[in-house]
Design a protein around this ligand. Structure first.
Ligand code: MG
Length: 366
């Protein structure tokens, strides 16, 4: 289990660093260029991920911050831990040079930073954000599923992941992305087969999330009236995806049929087109819903092949560092480092810190 915890955090960093490629790939609008450059390197077996050519981006720096906050004092005091998470997010901004942090995150954190805005807000006072559906919450929360991993801890998983998301992304598409990133990590640790994750999300987790949102209703920023449209958007996106891949849920739930179903031809260009079609504004992976959908699609298609996982999650035109970070966190939690070339992760920036935090999360897991 030690290895899977370490692999989840470390390989998430690797997926981030490869998708990002010091900004060159994250912001490359032509997917063909990314694919060709990747092929010219000789593919994943030849990529030495180090702290110069392949720095980690904001995704990993913020994942470190979430991990630090939820392991401090064992993180059992909910209110205090949410404050810790906020503080950790503000502090980590000092390490964002050349790492391309998100606009929504920066804007939201300014509300909690003395002197930045007219009024200093508490962690749960961020105004409802109509444009807060970005992937910035999802990309940093898979570690929550390492700590709250067991079926018995699902209540904690839901509240910590939703609140860690709402700190900066007070919009259902944003914070539900955070919940799915954490939830699927916990399923991986529980060894639930990935093909069942979508079903369990729809049948078990979303009803609990809805209940939590209702219980924590607060005027005027955290109301169902604000959330309803975004909630429906997120759920509809998942519904369409699961139907497309013939993954059953609701009344159709069965474990017997032969799913998921993929197109016969599904090369990098086909995938790119599909990822694009899932997106809100044409940039696959940049929102809370499509970041986790693309990561899930990559994982289902890759199976236990690391090479496939990297190519499907991180080598595409779009928010590929975030889909790499999220998808590879799940992959690592499922398969450990099996089949991953040493050069892909032995020299990863922050590798030692990620190992140490993985061990802390394992020691405190519930
Ligand atoms: Mg990034």
């Amino acid at each position: 289990m030690d290895e899977k915890y370490c692999a989840s955090l470390v390989l998430s960093g690797v997926g981030d660093a490869i998708g990002y490629r010091n900004g060159r790939w994250e912001f490359q609008t032509n997917p063909k260029k990314i694919w060709e450059e990747y092929q010219e390197m000789g593919g994943i077996d030849y990529i030495k991920v180090d702290s110069k050519e392949w720095r980690v981006s904001d995704d990993t720096v913020m994942q470190l911050a979430t991990s630090i906050a939820i392991t401090r004092d064992n993180g059992d005091d909910f209110e205090k831990t949410c404050q810790e998470i906020t503080t950790a997010y503000i502090r980590c901004l000092e390490d964002m040079g050349g790492r391309a942090p998100g606009r929504q995150t920066l804007e939201s954190l300014a509300h909690f930073t003395p002197g930045m805005k007219k009024q200093l807000l508490k962690w749960d006072e961020l105004p409802y954000a109509p444009a807060g559906g970005g992937c910035g919450a999802a990309m940093r929360s898979s570690c929550i599923g390492l700590k709250y991993w067991s079926p018995d801890a699902i209540g904690d998983l839901i509240r910590y992941s939703i609140e860690s998301g709402r700190i900066t992304h007070n919009h259902p598409v944003g914070f539900l992305g955070a919940m799915v990133a954490a939830l699927f990590t916990s399923y991986a640790i529980q060894q639930v087969p990935p093909r069942q994750w979508g079903t369990k999300l729809m049948n078990e987790a979303l009803p609990l999330a809805k209940q939590y949102i209702e219980e924590t209703r607060k005027e005027p920023n955290r109301t169902w009236e604000n959330y309803e449209k975004g909630w429906n958007y997120f759920v509809n996106a998942w519904t369409s995806y699961l139907e497309l891949r013939k993954i059953p849920f609701g009344e159709q739930t069965t474990t017997e049929s032969n799913y998921p179903e993929f197109p016969e031809e599904y090369n990098y260009m086909d995938r790119d087109k599909f990822y694009h079609s899932l997106s809100f504004d044409g940039w696959g992976g940049s929102s809370g819903h499509d970041s986790v959908l693309i990561s899930y699609d990559a994982l289902l298609g890759a199976g236990s092949s690391w090479k496939e996982m990297i190519e499907r999650s991180a080598i595409h035109g779009g928010d590929n560092d975030s889909t790499g970070a999220i998808g590879c966190a799940w992959w690592g939690a499922l398969y450990g480092f099996t089949g991953v070339p040493d050069i892909n992760y032995q020299h990863l920036e922050y590798r030692r810190e990620l190992y140490a935090l993985a061990k802390a999360l394992l020691a405190q897991r519930k």
